[in-house]
Design a protein around this ligand. Sequence first.
Ligand SMILES: [Zn+2]
Length: 482
Amino acid sequence: MTNEQSPGTMRRVLTIMLTILLALTLLLYFGIKNSDSMRRTVELKAVDTMANIGAKRMREFAGEEGSVAADFINNPIEVRVIAEGIYQATGVANTHLIATSAGDVLFDSGLSTQVPKQIKVLEEVRENPKLTHIIVSHSHADHSGGVKFWRQEGTEVIAHAAFAEEQRYLTELQPYFWKRNRTLFPFIPEKPPEIGLIAYGGIEPDRVVGNGTPYQFTQGGVDFEVIAAPGAEGADNLLLWLPQQKILFSGDFFGPLFPQFPNIFTMRGEKIRKPVEYLRSLEMVAALEPEVIVPSHRAPITDPGIVKDGISLIYQATRYVHDQTIAGMNAGKTVEQLMDEIVLPEEMQLTEEHGKVSWAVKSIWEYYATWFHFDRTTELYSVPAKAVSADIVSAAGTEALLARATAYLESEQPLHALHLLEIVLDADPNVESVLLAQKAALNDLLVQAQENGKNSYEIYWLQYQLRNNQAAMTANTNKGEN
Ligand SMILES: [Zn+2]
């Protein structure tokens, strides 16, 4: 992808802007003139129209890329019956409704732009219009996005005691996170949504649940237990446990795959995730002995044997990687050595599509030791290695460095090659032969990633780097033609 805006893109941007303008006018008009229910209908329609335009754009782009994220976007929005009176509206993230004779309870609320459709499909199965509780599994936009839509007079919104702080920093740093997200998921819109209903944040829970103090209530004969489970996707994880049915609604506690190696680190950039808290939460979850797990992404896991073994495996693998990292730190090994050495033993094999073991090692290291690795003096100061790249290139010569890099590529050491190529590109980002070698190194890494581990984020990053590489080569060609 280049930075040039094609006429098609401009048209799409204009259409989106006009739709937003129209929606805003309608919102304002009906906001003043009409009843709440009329306004709500208009609001839902406006958001849905915007969402349809956005989704089409995403599908076009994601389809081209053939990425895992495309699976999520293309996920149809429909109702799945989990048990009697327990429904799941599917989508990028799932919304769950537990119907009782005394009113309904919602667990997670989906991505704001998908809420109108999720509301529509759930309305078809609902009998009682009263919504008594909304439980938010954590502060991420794909779980909290629907709260403003669903909340009624008298609905109690329940979140973790750490929710407010997580929501605060995610809101304050939104431009930073958005930029990173757009790099990894280039099909998302240029700017985050700013209209009240679909804008991120601003949720004030009516009740908070702290670590170690579950909140229990019974409604229409159904027992509910809201449990704090910190670690994994953040400090503010809540689970919903239905002890009578032995069903655990897990939000993102286990991640999008089950079982998987946990995403202790996220490339999107967020606060560090705490490994030992996660281990404690896993112990607590195992003690509940759930038979069904209902995650907020993808389908429920309904085989009690798979649930039990999966939880145990995730625990063992996380514990192993954590303890090995500590042992290595105590033995005086470097973080890079440990990233290389620590691999899951045969009996603890788990997919690394979402969380990658070597990145967890680095995260655990930095969780305990923070960023100073006690290695080089220059780590402590603001002058980066690239400040002297041009000196290295002028002393060694581009040709000599490129020859070394090519030799590394031939001996299947793409990272050694990349180190040298990056030095040359720091000094001059447009050397055709160097760009070609960089492309080969990135492609080698991409093939490796696709063959071992298939980590989605690693793949997104390498694809992003390859797009940049392509853009630089195209710019060179254009310059040559002018
Ligand atoms: Zn999520």
